[in-house]
Write a protein that binds this ligand. Sequence first.
Ligand code: BGC
Length: 255
Amino acid sequence: MKLSGKNALVTGSDQGIGQGIALRLAQEGADVVVNYRKNQEGADATCEQIRQMGRRTAAVQADVGVTADARRLVEEAIAALGSLDILVNNAGIEKNASFVDITEEDYHAVIAVTMSGAFFCTQSFARHRQDVKGGGRVINISSVHEELPFPHFTPYCMAKGGLKMMMRNLAIELAPLGITVNNVAPGAIETPINKKLLSDPKLLEPLLANIPLRRLGQPSDVAGVTAFLASADADYITAATIVVDGGLLWNYSEQ
Ligand code: BGC
């Protein structure tokens, strides 16, 4: 097992990609704190599966888009497991709205949860790792949209692009503390964030046509790479984005 003796926090791990990551880290031997905003049932189900693997776990309610909550989440995770070695910033939301129509409220909500949440969780985590002088791992779940335009999702793209530059900056700034910082950039993964799109063949077919591997990704596709980045196999990797998208980002062809 790659992560025996390690303690991890995964934000937004009550469902979707975050849940898949929490389970995979536990499978690799880590103890894992699960975080949720509203879906306590999903968080409890994730914890139950982690316990069945013989690992320690706890579910912590916190809206990472609220700075005080993000800080409390990291503190409660440290209190629950004794310390934290690995932080996975996964929580994110998107709103489908044209630039001219999107409301101020939705703009701020997307930026707060998707970008600022990662910022303040990482700040609390880095302070903790500085105190214990033990190095650490930060892995942000960004998106192909840290690079790729996505009309009608401008705040989401801004937040993911922000995560890209936060990752690059912190990889340099936190290197003296032995903390590596990397991004995993999923493409179209089958999760609740995509529910509407996935249930509408008119939307799903053109999306699949854009994916060279011709299938949606699964949370486990993203979780495996995240476990790798959290492990000793990735000791020398920092400031990198690993794209997990079936070829979507760089797809181009001419007839
Ligand atoms: C978004 C999905 C989208 C996918 C591919 C993800 O970041 O959350 O809504 O389908 O990128 O464009």
